[in-house]
Design a binder for this molecule. Structure first.
Ligand SMILES: CC(C)(COP(=O)(O)OP(=O)(O)OC[C@H]1O[C@@H](n2cnc3c(N)ncnc32)[C@H](O)[C@@H]1OP(=O)(O)O)[C@@H](O)C(=O)NCCC(=O)NCCS
Length: 158
């Protein structure tokens, strides 16, 4: 599979919904209950806060969006902490798309000055937990599971 990772544009909104909504519909992974509308998604893309990162994976053979990932800064006054979300088309799971997105997004996060990336994950979402752990995140809380990656520490180790 030939995959391109690039920044999300407004025209991608419908393709993103085609990834996101089937995942929300399963009710198995995300804490989101309501499916996104085209207006929601367009509004989200248009109003990303400064320092936000929003990337997608595009399948160059089937010409469709197969994954999305964002990092949103946690506070208005940027303090280097961001929250990450990742969604891969249900038909493309376990083919390395999430990891391709992760590499690109984390590189960008370091360049933007992020120091910590947090992932808030449902405690029953074992797949997402293994995914973030494989990518260096460590469990930080026991009640509401959240995983954190210290980019400064990681950079020193590499
Ligand atoms: C979590 C998610 C983004 C992973 O994306 P993906 O492209 O399928 O993941 P990858 O193929 O890059 O897998 C990377 C690693 O994640 C872990 N992983 C992925 N799928 C897994 C599965 N079904 N079971 C166990 N571990 C899994 C593995 O460690 C895997 O590495 P490996 O294949 O070398 O063992 C994807 O499953 C998804 O979209 N889930 C629904 C949405 C969601 O829960 N998002 C997270 C909350 S924001």
């Amino acid at each position: 599979m030939k995959i391109e990772i690039r920044k999300v544009k407004i025209k991608d909104a419908q393709g993103i919904l085609d990834v996101l909504n089937p995942i929300i519909k399963t009710q198995n992974f995300s804490s989101m209950k309501e499916e996104n509308t085209l207006a929601d998604q367009t509004n989200f893309i248009q109003n990303l806060p400064s320092n936000a990162i929003y990337n997608l994976a595009f399948d160059l053979e089937n010409l469709e969006i197969v994954g999305i990932q964002d990092i949103l800064p946690q506070s208005k006054n940027f303090n280097g902490t961001g929250e990450i979300s990742t969604f891969v088309n249900l038909n493309y799971h376990r083919q390395g798309i999430g990891e391709r997105l992760m590499k690109a997004t984390l590189r960008e996060a370091k360049d933007l000055g992020y120091k910590k990336i947090q992932a808030i994950i449902r405690t029953d979402n074992r797949i997402a937990i293994s995914f973030y752990k494989k990518n260096g995140f460590r469990e930080m809380g026991s009640e509401r599971i959240f995983y954190e990656l210290n980019l400064l520490k990681k950079a020193r180790q590499n």
